[in-house]
Design a protein around this ligand. Structure first.
Ligand SMILES: Nc1ncnc2c1ncn2[C@@H]1O[C@H](COP(=O)(O)OP(=O)(O)OP(=O)(O)O)[C@@H](O)[C@H]1O
Length: 239
């Protein structure tokens, strides 16, 4: 069953058409990658799916609910992380997580915060202000915050962009495990092809605001006669 269905989305910013005619779906428990060159319209698409900006045309259904009409209910089961979203820098790590747990009306907020602190190895940082963290450490807090409501759909915009290879590898393993064990679906943008190959069941390639190819990494490599996803990317991006 599709928990997210976006049909024929269009978004213009003045004279720029960021998203032209984009349709995609995410199934229950599925991990889907959104790939494409810089400026292809990936973040704009995610922002429409999260209700942060309104599409000029098209429709979005989350868990069978029309986002435009059932915004609060639909978004209560979704969460989002991106390195470009700033969390309040003066707050301590555990205060931020606590604030979001209460915002989402999590049933046992203290317990949930402790679980997340353990999961993301934030124990030694719990009493540090966010502004005193490195960008990689902040990314871990962002991801912990994004899981606070145990979302059925987790939307991640370049989740490991600021992480060193070791931290990135551990976070990828953790996210894949969460998807497997909790059945959480994920929609992920990334420029790391190995990450997408490893994590995603299905991939949508976006170019100039349109999905130009979709399938598993293996299907796409077969279709484009490519060795791997990196080669598929180059072929798609270069037309
Ligand atoms: N608020 C905005 N105002 C004007 N133009 C915008 C705005 N947001 C995005 N754009 C434009 O829309 C297009 C798509 O941008 P978007 O950020 O969605 O691309 P992207 O695929 O996420 O790129 P990247 O891989 O570089 O993050 C770009 O041409 C961008 O300049």
């Amino acid at each position: 069953m599709a928990i997210l269905e976006a049909s024929h989305l269009v978004k213009r910013f003045g004279g720029v058409t960021a998203v032209r005619d984009l349709s995609l779906s995410v199934g229950d428990g599925e991990v889907v990658g959104l790939l494409g060159p810089n400026g292809a319209g990936k973040s704009t698409t995610l922002h429409m799916l999260l209700g942060l900006i309104t599409p000029d045309a098209g429709s979005i259904r989350l868990f069978g609910l029309d986002l435009a009409r059932h915004r609060t209910e639909a978004l209560s089961q979704v969460n989002f992380a991106a390195s470009y979203v700033d969390l309040p820098g003066v707050l301590l790590v555990h205060e931020v997580l606590d604030a979001f747990a209460r915002l989402y009306a999590v049933r046992h907020p203290r317990r949930r915060v402790e679980e997340l602190i353990e999961l993301f190895e934030l124990g030694p940082l719990r009493k540090r202000q966010l502004m005193a963290l490195s960008s990689g450490q902040r990314t871990r807090v962002q991801l912990a915050k994004a899981l606070v409501n145990a979302p059925r759909l987790l939307v991640l915009d370049e989740p490991t962009a600021n992480l060193d290879p070791d931290a990135g590898d551990r976070i990828r393993g953790l996210l894949s495990r969460l998807a497997r064990e909790n059945g959480s679906a994920m929609l992920i943008t990334s420029h790391n092809m190995r990450e997408v190959e490893r994590m995603c069941d299905r991939i949508h390639f976006v170019s100039d605001g349109v999905v130009v190819a979709a399938g598993s990494a293996k299907e796409l490599a077969g279709h484009y006669g490519a060795e791997d996803l990196e080669e598929v990317f180059l072929k798609v991006a270069r037309g």
